[in-house]
Design a protein around this ligand. Sequence first.
Ligand code: LP5
Ligand code: MN
Length: 262
Amino acid sequence: MYRSKRSSSKKQSLMSSGVLFISDLHLSPEQPETGRLFIDFLETRAAEVDALFILGDLFELWLGDDAILPAYQPYIAALRSLTDRGVALHVMHGNRDFLLGDKFQTLTGAELLDDYTVIDLGGVPTLLMHGDLLCTDDVAYQQFRCMVRDPRWQQALFGKPMEERLELAQRLRQESQSAAGMKSIEIMDVNQEEVEKTLREHKALQLIHGHTHRPARHHFELDGKAAMRFVLPEWRKQEGGGLHYGQPGLSKEFYSLSRSGQ
Ligand code: LP5
Ligand code: MN
């Protein structure tokens, strides 16, 4: 059974077919194949489960709820169809789509999740994050993150027209790419001490996150207890992946258009 700690009074009903976790789809007009795969996934696999958790970077770029790119409309409609079927949809901000807001929730029926959300997976307290907050060695990124998550910075941005926002986003992207080119692989990964500290703070023994695009299941000991960190994969072209929780537990999944006959 899964239970969200944020709504523990509203106990979820006994699972019939489980819960799915995905992240880092980076949907954009430049990647139509990933978009087709995502819509196919929503209509088939995701429609079978009780809840879908998208742990950040669903979109490559989100300029604000008042400036939704026309290319994103099919995804909004497909997410709405999913929630209309009764699947609970939980979406977390990533470092690309942190401006998803109230209108996105209304349009899709999704609930936006805070980073650091703890849910109960079969009795194991499980922490859900995008993952960028764990990359504490990447000091330049953490400073950048503070800047763009500041409500004053965001308010100033919302006063600008869509074209100007797009231009600014492209400049930020270029700055980021040249900065990332000079960082080591280790700097851009999570910091294990931060992982352990964060799990302790949230009284959790399992962590599921994305962002680093280094899919793996890491087992380690935390204060004498077995702990686990699951890193979700990014979706690329016609390939995607995720994590399923149900009977008999956690299992990796792969999605492809060819598998579903397209
Ligand atoms: O995204 P990814 O995985 O390639 O890299 C991330 C970190 N980079 C980012 C920045 C985004 O890629 C940029 C696009 C954001 C668009 C936001 C759109 C909404 C706003 C709309 C604007 C109108 O998240 C990267 C990490 C990497 O993950 C691994 O964790 O290293 O971080 C960086 O590279 C950040 C740099 O170190 C610092 C960037 C300094 C930018 C300074 C801006 C100066 C002003 C430029 C002119 C406007
Ligand atoms: Mn990310």
